[in-house]
Design a protein around this ligand. Sequence first.
Ligand SMILES: Cc1ncc(COP(=O)(O)O)c(C=O)c1O
Length: 255
Amino acid sequence: MQFAKRLEPLQANVFADMDRAKARAKAAGQDVIDLSLGSSDLPASESVLEAIATSLRDPDTHGYLLFHGTQAFRQAAAQWYTQKFGIAVDPETEVLPLIGSQEGTAHLPLAILNPGDFALLQDPGYPSHAGGVYLASGQIYTMPLLAENGFLPILEDIPEPVLSQSRMMVLSYPHNPTTAIAPLSFFQKAVAFCQQHNLVLVHDFPYVDLYFNGSAPPSVLQADPNKTCSIEFLPCPSPITWVVFEWAMRSAMRN
Ligand SMILES: Cc1ncc(COP(=O)(O)O)c(C=O)c1O
């Protein structure tokens, strides 16, 4: 079977590589401490398990949903966001439940990039950010994250010929794997930059609640309260579903 050329860059996968390395080490009788995957080794809380079990037994949950989940879920997600960050979001038009932020970040470039357009990605960054750009036949410009810059990209270093062909920038803080947290002032700078260059600013925010006392990471929407260009992927109060705030896509479609 011959596959499409756009799949060629997706042959390598760091998680598959690590999995094979683990299997080899285990087969060789080595004692493996597995730090390769940020998967939880704690059980889900009893209240969450009970809520899932109760809804599984409810036949009302056995039918199809349309594309944006239940209203109650969207309202809970919007309320959670507003309580946490003080910014109102419309549960009807600005909240979209997804399978996960991996799925969301991989699909989003299909909605934003035309073939050949650039996406500005962090290096190092999460694999689905690049994978989605390849699937959309886009090009990647990597913004190096260096310790001496606090693992923040230097936006002024992006060359003008790349910028003029770019449609989106993807950021993710607290950052995997460096753990860096971007201050609100950096997001303000990034929002102004993306407004100036007509870029969609995507913020992948899975570690919203993973921080030490007193250093809560900001949401990109605190820097873009009028929702001019930003989309954020967030975990929900429940551990099973994530949301994307999709106003930038709607405004992009209007324009
Ligand atoms: C930066 C980042 N984005 C996305 C994901 C995956 O998110 P999800 O499980 O919601 O697909 C991870 C998981 O490691 C991650 O580190």
